[in-house]
Ligand binder design. Structure first.
Ligand code: ADP
Length: 609
């Protein structure tokens, strides 16, 4: 693999998320219901909302959809629908992002039906009806499981026989993705922070309930599992239960599998413990009147949620934000107080008045209920899963609209060396100075006549060019392929972040130096000026995705760091391996998508560990 020539420029034509108004019809087809909402973006106005219940067969779903379209037509909206977005419960291992639906994708979703036999087939019936009624608009699928595909294997894996888990796709998938995604973003926004800078425990407490640990923007743990049964106590679902207890009950009661399924999914949880019902309001009333089992149900619910906060704090090595949402999380001040009690050791201090009064203010946005001493921010947010789905669809579709934006030139960086004055002297002698050979595209930067040899434990690379001017720290940038040759393991780092990077020996004509650190693989990045950033709708230190299309080897670069400075010139920098992987010479256009930073922070932290 030959390194390509230094800073070869290729013009890609990026298109960013389109800013025009889009009306998106959000559809959620359940086992016996169809919920629809038409949302206008980017204003996020809800234009129309309707639910149809008790749809017991395919014909009644068709009738409901016809009625929905008729109503939209009468209101003058039917020809103003730009896209439909469908909620699909299970995306299996395959879907970690929203996708545009076509026959092939639908066939792939159908193959996942065994993982969610109660949900996916119904969701797909909704897709079928909507696609035939609105064939001219794009249809997008958003998956409940997608957010959690970033979980590490240790969190996803059940300690079962691997062979069986692999064969049947048995692992933790997690659900409520659109909700956890939405509320965690809202929290970060409300705190004037980036989700990528926060460790968030998100508690969606409704009839279904789940907890999610979002470590610097990526889900790393969640309480629901292969199915939405595991984890927190729910309205009628047990959440965590000793499987041995379930086997014992089934054996003693002589239950069939479907009876066991019903017992755990429909007759347990708040309803099961209290014997009253699944509505928390009723339980709170009964408990206040001294109903023992109602009080117990509340305590078990709160205890379980508290346990998960502790566990997820440990998993993330700390917590910055605890976020409550869902019917219970948004409305029950007493449940929030029960859950948060005795967490002051974590730095959680509740503001009791704010907690009591917050529900009325949720329509205006997230409300903080922690007091000024609290190191951990506790936030209550009204969830909006439909809006979350609509945003995902708009972002996906906007990203696929190729516009005539300013092209981003791509420069391929061959391996190179930045030196300090002191190193230059050691390598090239007492009176050495850099001899500029040619100007580089970034103003003030130049390639030099001088070269050095890199020597690693396994091999050497001779004649590596020095780039000027001299810097306050040594930094040697190589590719992954170079690492194998040298026999070193260099971390992928942002420029300037060389602390605890890899060691390397440099050899010059007058001497050699052994650097304890300084060897890195450069993090792919885009240099731009403030006005470019404005035009692309990004800011310094954002991460973006760049879709590179047109060649035989279509590729999306995720986690591309945006660097904004007056002195920069617009240019994306990748290394030779990345350029080769994308078969760059054959490319004609690319898309810049304003998302994709979710893993960046996490990855950098993991590497530093
Ligand atoms: P789903 O998961 O079906 O969307 P929701 O998020 O609507 O469920 O949550 C329903 C739960 O929220 C019910 O248990 C209900 O009792 C509870 N809830 C709603 N309003 C209040 C309230 N004011 N106080 C306490 N609990 C409430």
């Amino acid at each position: 693999m030959q390194p390509k020539s230094y800073c070869r420029k290729l013009a890609l034509r990026p298109a960013i998320v389109d800013k025009r108004t889009m009306n998106i019809l959000v559809l959620n087809t359940g086992s016996s219901s169809l919920k629809a909402e038409l949302l206008e973006l980017p204003s996020e106005k809800s234009i129309f909302k309707k639910s149809f219940e008790r749809l017991m067969d395919p014909q009644s779903l068709q009738d409901a959809f016809d009625a929905l379209l008729k109503e939209l037509r009468e209101l003058g909206f039917s020809n103003r629908i730009d896209a439909c977005v469908h909620r699909i419960v299970h995306g299996g291992k395959e879907f970690s992002q929203p996708v545009k639906l076509n026959d092939a994708i639908i066939a792939r979703i159908e193959r996942l039906c065994p993982l969610a036999p109660l949900h996916n087939p119904n969701n797909l019936r909704g897709v079928e009806v909507a696609r035939s009624a609105l064939p001219e608009v794009p249809h997008v699928a958003v998956f409940d499981t997608a957010l959690h595909r970033t979980m590490p294997r240790r969190a996803k894996t059940y300690a079962l026989r691997s062979e069986l888990s692999d064969k049947h796709g048995v692992e933790r998938y997690g659900f409520h993705g659109p909700s956890h995604d939405y509320v965690s973003r809202e929290c970060a926004l409300a705190l004037g922070s980036n989700r990528e800078d926060l460790r968030i425990v998100s508690l969606h407490l409704g009839n279904g309930a789940s907890a999610c640990a979002l470590e610097y923007g990526a889900s790393v743990e969640t309480s629901m599992g292969l199915t939405p049964l595991e984890g927190l106590v729910m309205g009628t679902r047990s959440g965590d239960v000793d499987v041995g207890a379930a086997i014992h009950l089934a054996r003693e009661e002589k239950w069939s599998l479907s009876q066991l399924d019903d017992a755990l999914n429909k007759e347990s949880g708040l309803k099961g413990i209290s014997g009253i019902g699944n509505d928390l309001r009723d339980l709170e009333e009964h408990a206040a009147e001294g109903h023992d089992k109602a009080g117990l149900a509340l305590n078990v619910f709160a205890h379980r949620a508290k346990k998960y906060i502790g566990a997820y704090t440990a998993v993330m090595g700390g917590v910055d934000v605890i976020c409550f949402t869902g019917g219970i999380g948004e409305n029950s001040a007493s449940m929030r107080q029960r859950i948060l009690g005795r967490l002051d050791f974590l730095g959680v201090h509740l503001d009791f008045d704010a907690n009591r009064g917050c529900s009325e203010n949720l329509n205006e946005g997230p409300v903080e209920i922690s007091d000024s001493r609290s190191r951990v921010k506790v936030i209550v947010v009204r969830t909006h899963e439909n809006l979350s789905m609509a945003r995902s669809a708009a972002s996906l579709l906007g990203a696929s609209l190729k516009g005539e934006q300013k092209p981003i030139p791509i420069a391929v960086s061959a391996r190179h060396v930045h030196l300090t004055q002191e190193s230059l002297v050691k390598l090239f002698g007492e009176n050495a100075s850099l001899t500029p050979l040619k100007e580089l595209s970034q103003p003030g930067q130049f390639a030099c006549e001088e070269k050095v040899n890199l020597i690693g434990p396994r091999g050497r690379i001779d004649g590596v060019r020095i780039l000027g001017p001299l810097r306050p720290g040594n930094q040697i940038e190589i590719s992954r392929t170079d690492e194998f040759k040298l026999g070193v393991d260099a971390p992928v780092r942002h420029s300037g972040h060389v602390k605890a990077s890899a060691p390397i020996v440099l050899e010059g004509p007058k001497g050699r130096i052994e650097l304890r650190e300084g060897l890195i693989c450069a993090w792919r990045h885009i240099h731009m000026q403030p006005e470019d950033a404005l035009a692309y709708g990004v800011k310094d230190k954002d991460y973006v995705e760049v879709d590179i299309i047109g060649g035989d080897r279509e590729l999306t670069f995720k986690d591309v760091l945006v660097r904004v400075k007056d002195s920069y010139r617009l240019e994306m920098h990748i290394d030779t391996d990345e350029a080769n992987a994308a078969d760059l010479p054959r490319l004609s256009e690319g898309l810049l998508v304003r998302q994709g930073g979710r893993h960046a922070k996490l990855k950098s932290l993991r590497r530093q560990h």
